[in-house]
Design a protein around this ligand. Sequence first.
Ligand SMILES: [Zn+2]
Length: 431
Amino acid sequence: MAAHGVVDGHSCEHPWVRVDATGTIVATGAGVPPTAANDTAFDLGHRLLLPGMVNAHSHAFQRLIRGKTHTLAAGNPDSFWSWRTAMYAAATTLDPDGVYQATRDCFAEMLAAGITCVGEFHYLHHRPDGRPYDQANALSQAVIAAATDVGIRLALLEVFYARAGHQQQLLPEQRRFCDASVEAYFARVDALRGRSSQQLTIGLAPHSVRAVGFDALVAIADYATRHDMVVHTHVSEQPRENRECHAEHGCSPTEILARAGLLARPRTFTAVHAIHISERDIELLATQNVCACPTTEADLGDGIVAADRLLAAGSNLCVGSDSNAVIDLVQEARLLEMHTRLATGRRLCLLSAQRQQLGPILWNIASTNGATALGRPDLGELSVGRPFDAVVCEPAYPKVADEPNAAFDAMMAAGTAACIRQVFVGGRRLR
Ligand SMILES: [Zn+2]
């Protein structure tokens, strides 16, 4: 029991949750909890009890270049594309043990920041020269091992990457991202699907319309439908990607993804970024998920996602830590609102008649909505039958905002993930 929280999808005072020995929630309520024999009660006092956060988009190894791309000097990054050069340099140095170490350190930081499930958009597959390892999934296995050792749930979004761009020669650094064919990719995914569990699910991730041609997009849509899998793709992060797509296909990236059949099943497709999009693209994404990554998008000068218009259209909006230069979904969710204020000159941009309070809206974006995007409807909410994946937060400014609703809003509008004091996955306290 706690002073305040979000239980059964609603913000409420004095929530309580009963968890059985398997870590599953067996009862919830508000007020004074009924006690049964053998119950062990934990009174969280003035703290908040909230569903664990779900990080819908991460590249764990990119954390290695945190702080290393901010110095102006000859050859140093000054745009998205030169930042990418620095990222590629890090990507080429890692062997399977290096991928494991970098991913484990990153996932441990996520867990401490209240993230109980992560969607890892994983595109390092083969040796630096492109030859497969003896174990074709060696690097994917390293990511799975890292998640297992940290205790965080993993949606492994296995990337397909085929080319530098339409009629563009593959860069040497991109070789290790590429499978020999889409069939070779499906063979690796087949093997990984056999390992699915409560801790691990597998999704498909055609990297972008720049890196994947139309026929492969169609094949991936078909495979995803047959095996009931989610699909994630980078969409319209940079204007150059849109220009190249128009030159190749005569339409926007979102339109070509729809034409390939990837948007046919509601809430199974996630457009990551979706920054440079048209009104038509917003219509197409209304039944799908959009994952914004505001700290990375700001770092790379990508632009501002139209969070208010996407929400109004019906899109399921979630967030990701992407490059992991910052790992704090409280800040990611807040920046969706704050960037929209800067772009529109208005306040309370994400609120509506159905969504009237900022704290619960932003937490929902950082938890429930991410779980939907990762194909985990069992996560992101504290309700009966679900695993107890939860965080306990210290109000950020107790002397400023003593009233519980104000404490929640203060945390989401002005606090950080540093407020998080306890983290549970499947009923097990990991922090
Ligand atoms: Zn990304």
